[in-house]
Ligand binder design. Sequence first.
Ligand code: NDP
Length: 449
Amino acid sequence: MALKNEYLNRVYAGLAQRNAHEPEFLQAVMEVFESLEPVVDARPEIEANAIMERIVEPERIINFRVSWVDDAGKVQVNRGWRIQFNSAIGPYKGGLRLHPSVNQSIIKFLGFEQIFKNSLTGLPMGGGKGGSDFDPKGKSDNEIMRFCQSFMTELAKHIGADTDVPAGDIGTGAREIGYMFGQYKRLRNEFTGVLTGKGLSYGGSLARTEATGYGACYFMNEMLKDMGASFEGKRVVISGSGNVATYANQKATQLGGKVVAMSDSNGYIVDENGIDFKVIKEIKEVKRARIKTYVDYVPGAKYVEGCRGIWSVPCDLALPCATQNELNGEEAATLIKNGCKAVAEGANMPCTPEAVAAFQAAGVAFGPAKAANAGGVATSGLEMSQNSQRLSWTFEEVDAKLHQIMINIYKACKDASERYNMAGNLVAGANIAGFEKVCDAMLWQGIAY
Ligand code: NDP
């Protein structure tokens, strides 16, 4: 796809040539560049200071070996990454993904998106991301612990409460954060807020677990309000059944919606009476089992093999909460045909560019990931604040702050889209609002950086 702005086109062409083997990263950059054309047209200082060339290059990429011993006594070797993308507005902040699909392109796309997402929260956090191609599935607790300890043994050299504060992501939940935090403390002999998503007994924040899913629903609620609607009585489809999906289910239900379908990477379940949050929590967080076991708890429900079929379940609202590029143009067309009126991305970049274009062309309200799922990192920011103060706020206090942050993010996206004559385009609005603050900070801080 060609960009109209000659400067952006040139920067993108150079980037595509240098990173030809990084398709996810290039996809994320193209989406941002398309939105920023009017901003770059209007502000010549962006080109004069090479802001775009600088913003697409990570400040630092740390790539390391993670060796660990499995339960059979065999040595295993994985690859680890931490990408410290941009620290213009605060310490690097972003999750750690543990999944066999992880490679440099995936971590760069996530780290790049994180810059703008963190900026949108209004909190002082730069952009970063990390992870490993380690597959936690089927591993024993001891194997997970040994992997996490080895991973942190290297990572500890590069992070710190005022430098870089990692968090969870796919495959990294409270258990993994706990093992990593323990190892960091052992190595550095200091108890600081170096990770977020911690357990409540050692500095975690109430409502952090729920934050991304709740935040996506709060964002969806703001979109619905502008349409003169609400969650009340709506059929909701949520892909995934991990951290984000589970708590999106809980909040969507609390707000009056009926969640009729959820999935994992093997298949999806349909429960016309509304998927029971407590059963999902039991299956995923206690039993660590597959979504198909839902039918053992709720006999009226059905399970269908193959996760992508979930988009054929008729719904009013869709919340893709599993992984990148999980919803393509054809699946978007099916959702539209079946009457879907609004989509908010709980996962990072779950909709392909063709899917986003289809939703926008059909007038389906569309909340992009960097705005709609920013509640997780925002609440991580609140965890950092509590750690710095050595205080713990109540669930209600944190949830109220999260709710207000999501309302502010929606407003910032909407205002930015209107300022640049793209009313209703929240993709552009999110990219512009997130970018402007980072760009201004970079301009203030000079070039040698
Ligand atoms: P989890 O590991 O808790 O859950 C991931 C879910 O997605 C699982 O149900 C998993 O199924 C499913 N999944 C993974 N890969 C695929 C695939 N290829 N096809 C279909 N389903 C798949 O991760 P999270 O809930 O934390 O993260 C989900 C998304 O949200 C990610 O994009 C993440 O980057 C994003 N996000 C997460 C935040 C957080 O606070 N946790 C914050 C902001 C964004 P299975 O068990 O079969 O693998």
